[in-house]
Design a protein around this ligand. Structure first.
Ligand code: FAD
Length: 541
């Protein structure tokens, strides 16, 4: 197979133009082109007012590939295509009695369970929240009726934190083994749109993701796995030498296993505390805090795509912004959701925290993103492994108070925020956060160094996206769960906890992923490590 990169075609090109462009690029006859697939399709809109084109990476099967590769030996855009297929590393032996346990059924736990099930290791998944349909009802109850269900919400339940999301499926991680392709391929097999395999910034959107997750759960079960909801792990069995021996559920049930995957997500604060109490090594790690900002999506489209704004092939535009403030803090946009909504994302009573989500169509009126400031344990929350957790809790409780103690979020218009005056009335931008935004002054909601850095950054962002700092853009507070405040440290090679053999810290909560795709990739890596260790242990018995 041959890979052609940087093949550019106009946005509105007809389907056949791609074949013609490949023939021309390789200088071959139609009969010699046996097959081709689009590996990636992106567009470059950085140069304003110049023509936006699709840029393709194409994998081609052709006659006489060796000769062709020789002919183009000096052409860096025509190369042998890498093998991106996934090959399982193990197969469970007959007679294996031990079953791996996976705590958490977010993207990390889901892919760990699916991969283990596909290799024949019948995993037991324990998820504290509810299955996807009931969970959806519970989550909407907070947004519509201000009723929070602490064990079934945006953070907890089938599909994990990624379920009510924009479903963005891209990440900056290095992925030499193409695990990310497996994540995408499994999503497509379970009903996600095929285009996620090749568009450069794929996304699924909330409603589609719920169906996909339920289909994958059924496959795990068909392969002999077990997926248990409302099964919260409240304790672990840890031997004197640290070896994990099992877990305890909140109903007292004990499940024995010497292979336990911790795919908890970043919000399982009670479970972090339980692990720390049991002696599992945990350390504090940096994360970021700030607000959600909302603008009309048309403002972002016009700034980003110029005359192509609204082009059906391009969809709603996104952005990524970074600014280094004078006080040394980095301010950046986080989890930008084009054409989406800001959501109430708390899992705890008496706390307010925001995040963003969208549907596949991304056709809501507003664009939203976190505007956040990086903070570190050394500088901002010294005091031990769980100090970041406590810091988040304090801030989210304060936000609850400022929002009026009913899960409404505190908010302020950008103009007032920069001038330092409380807001009393919305302008043209209507905030999308449900159950509602209480206008006022956001300054008491976050530490002064964060407020100062964001105040300085917004006008700078306005220079990159005209109107970004418009007076009536809305800031909604607060954004605190940008990533995990802890790292549950694991050994680089075995992927097991550095002081608890058999325990596999994984995904976002353990500090090894940030986002759906990277959490899924980490789940696959962990499944491989568990499978190989189980095989090795079985061989010894
Ligand atoms: P999680 O998805 O958090 O899953 C952890 C699971 O473990 C949860 O279901 C939880 O209930 C369960 N659990 C915790 N403790 C226990 C216990 N003691 N016993 C049993 N079960 C337990 N990322 C993107 O890449 N793109 C996006 O567009 C995007 N949008 C987002 C929008 C929102 C509203 C939110 C909240 C997050 C978004 N994210 C997005 C982030 C993404 O969801 C996470 O990075 C990802 O879900 C992390 O996966 P995970 O499996 O590591 O953890």
């Amino acid at each position: 197979m041959i890979r052609i990169t940087e093949l550019a075609l106009p946005l509105d090109h007809p389907q056949e133009a791609l074949r013609a462009a490949i023939l021309e690029r390789l200088g071959i006859q139609d009969a010699d082109l046996l097959n081709f697939t689009v590996f990636k399709r992106s567009y470059d809109a950085r140069k304003k007012n110049s023509e936006i084109k699709f840029v393709y990476i194409i994998d081609v099967e052709a006659r006489h590939e060796d000769q062709l590769l020789q002919r183009f030996a000096n052409d860096t855009h025509i190369r042998p295509a890498p093998d991106t297929n996934y090959y399982p590393v193990a197969q469970a032996p007959a007679g294996l009695t031990e079953r791996p346990v996976i705590i958490g059924f977010g993207p990390c736990g889901l892919f760990a369970a699916l991969s283990l099930a596909q290799m024949g290791f019948k995993p037991i998944v324990l998820e504290r929240g509810k299955e996807v349909r009931q969970r959806t009802k519970d989550t909407w109850a907070l947004w519509r009726k201000k009723t929070l269900t602490p064990e079934s919400n945006v953070q907890y339940g089938e599909g994990g934190a990624g379920l009510f999301s924009d479903g963005k499926l891209y990440s900056q991680i290095k992925d030499p083994k193409f695990y990310g392709r497996k994540v995408m391929a499994e999503f497509v097999r379970a009903g996600a749109p095929e285009e996620i395999m090749y568009v450069s910034k794929p996304h699924i959107g909330t409603f589609r993701l719920t169906g996909v997750v339920a289909t994958m759960r059924e496959e795990i079960k068909q392969l002999g796995g077990e997926v248990r909801f409302e099964a919260k792990v409240t304790d672990i069995l840890r031997a004197d030498n640290g070896q994990i021996e099992g877990v305890v559920l909140d109903n007292g049930e004990v499940i024995h296993s010497r292979h336990v995957v911790l795919a908890l997500g970043h919000s399982a604060r009670d479970t972090f505390r339980m692990l720390h109490k049991n002696g599992v090594y945990i350390e504090a790690k940096p994360f970021a805090i700030g607000f959600r900002i909302e603008h009309p999506q048309s403002l972002i489209d016009n700034a980003r795509l110029g005359k192509y704004a609204g082009h059906p092939e391009l969809g709603a535009a996104d952005y990524k912004l970074v600014y280094h403030a004078k006080n040394g803090r980095a301010v950046y946009s986080f989890c930008m959701c084009p054409g989406g909504t800001v959501v109430a994302a708390t899992s705890e009573p008496g706390r307010v925290v925001t995040n963003g989500m969208s549907q596949y169509s991304r056709n809501e009126r507003n664009a939203n993103a976190g505007i956040v400031v990086g903070i570190t344990p050394e500088q901002d929350f010294p005091g031990g492994p769980l100090a970041g957790v406590e810091f988040q809790e304090q801030l989210e409780s304060k936000a609850y108070e400022l929002g009026g103690r009913d899960y409404c979020a505190p908010g302020q218009l950008v103009g007032d925020f920069i001038r330092g005056t409380p807001s009393t009335e919305f302008g043209e931008v209507e905030p999308s956060y449900k159950p509602g935004v209480k206008l006022g002054d956001l300054h008491p909601s976050l530490p002064p160094y964060v407020i100062d850095a964001i105040r300085e950054a917004l006008p700078e962002f306005g220079k990159q996206i005209r109107g970004f700092d418009r007076d009536d853009a809305v800031l909604t507070g607060i954004e605190t769960r940008t990533s995990s405040p802890v790292r549950i440290k694991r050994d680089h090679d075995s992927l097991q906890s550095i002081n608890t053999p058999g325990l596999y810290p994984a995904g976002e909560g353990a500090g090894y992923a940030g986002g759906i795709l990277s959490a899924g990739v980490d789940g696959i890596k962990i499944a491989e490590a568990v499978a190989l260790d189980m095989l090795a242990q079985h061989g010894k018995n």
